[in-house]
Design a protein around this ligand. Structure first.
Ligand SMILES: [Zn+2]
Ligand SMILES: [Zn+2]
Length: 339
């Protein structure tokens, strides 16, 4: 039986361990992917630190997987060995529950999560349910595609479904792993794009990514600055800081929407008056299905949206994770599998 390298966590709070394992075989309706690159996401801390209830160890993390179909199990008709594909956070669904019967697979009551319910992409090979697989365009290199499968899809899919129209003022809060992609997508979708960050030093980068305007929260109250520009139809909150997010509500235009994708645990502070007087809304958004991933990859290839990444070999997963978790990375960290 052939063997592969994988990086696993064997208990909550445990270290990353480089191990040899048998190459897994795809079962019914599953495919095996030869992993070429896997992004490291902040949510991998859920595996590392044991923050996901019921998670079974040892577990191989990783839900930003880019590679090629290597083998397919029985009943798989859509995929063939050699096809370039990606897999994100949404790792499959039951097809039977009420959200699934309505076609809303992301909200499946029995949904699987890549790298949490089953082993993920910190490995040479991964086996995933066929319905979790997205086709990847040929002109997108694997290391640049990987972060689009969680960070990318989350901002792309939330932005395109939030009701803003071409020319509307859309503000992106935070210029990090999610935000640096959000600015690019907002610009490429035809919105008047405003980046919101702390400090004047980020202005040049924000404009390079496509922002028409930059608001420095250390220089002025961001809500006032947004109102000076006419008010935001949409604020995409990407930095997980409840206080900074709450401070933007008064920057929304009439019928404006605060769209939250940065995963914070603290409550937002929003008064009913702030919402009802201007008919404002607050909405959250999870990532998306495999088809949404596929749309994200195609739009990115078409429009030139690319993540800024730092590459590490699989063997250096512990260093790579440290770079991510310390917020030093500019902006996404990607593991590459060199054979
Ligand atoms: Zn993620
Ligand atoms: Zn379901």
């Amino acid at each position: 039986m052939s063997r592969m390298k994988a990086v696993q966590v064997s208990k909550p709070g445990g270290n990353f361990e480089l191990v040899e394992r048998p190459v897994p075989e795809p079962g019914r309706s599953q495919v095996r992917i030869k992993v070429e690159a896997c992004g490291i996401c902040h949510s991998d801390a859920l595996v590392k630190e044991g923050l996901w209830p019921g998670l079974q160890y040892p577990r191989v993390p990783g839900h930003e997987i880019a590679g090629r179909i290597d083998a397919v199990g029985p009943d798989v008709t859509k995929w063939k060995p050699g096809q370039r594909v990606g897999v994100g956070w949404h790792g499959g669904h039951c097809f039977q529950c009420e959200p699934c019967r309505r076609g809303d697979f992301v909200l499946c009551q029995f949904g699987k999560i890549t790298g949490i319910t089953f082993d993920g992409g910190y490995a040479d090979y991964v086996v995933v349910p066929a319905e979790a697989v997205a086709a990847m365009p040929d002109d997108l290199p694997a290391d640049l595609a990987a972060p689009l499968l969680c960070a990318g899809i989350t901002v792309y899919n939330s932005l395109r479904n939030a009701g803003a129209r071409a020319g509307d003022l859309v503000a992106i809060q935070g210029i990090g792993g999610l935000g640096h992609l959000g600015i690019q997508y907002a610009r490429q979708m035809g919105f008047r794009t405003v980046a919101i960050g702390r400090g004047g030093d980020k202005a040049a980068l924000a404009r390079k990514l496509g922002a028409h305007d930059y608001i420095d929260t250390s220089a002025a109250a961001p809500a006032d600055a947004l109102q000076k520009l006419g008010g935001a139809r949409l604020v995409l909150a990407t930095a997980p800081d409840a206080k900074s997010i709450s401070a933007l509500v008064d920057g929304l235009a009439p019928n404006g929407k605060l769209l939250v994708v940065g995963a914070a645990f603290e409550p937002l502070a929003v008064t009913p008056i702030q919402l009802l007087s201007q008919r404002r809304t607050v909405q959250g958004w999870p990532s998306g299905s495999a088809m949404d991933s596929e749309d994200t990859l195609h739009f990115s290839a078409l429009s030139g949206v690319r993540p800024m990444i730092e590459r590490y070999p699989l063997e250096k997963a512990a260093d790579a994770y440290q770079q991510m978790i310390s917020s030093k990375a500019r902006f996404r960290v990607v593991l590459t599998m060199g054979g």
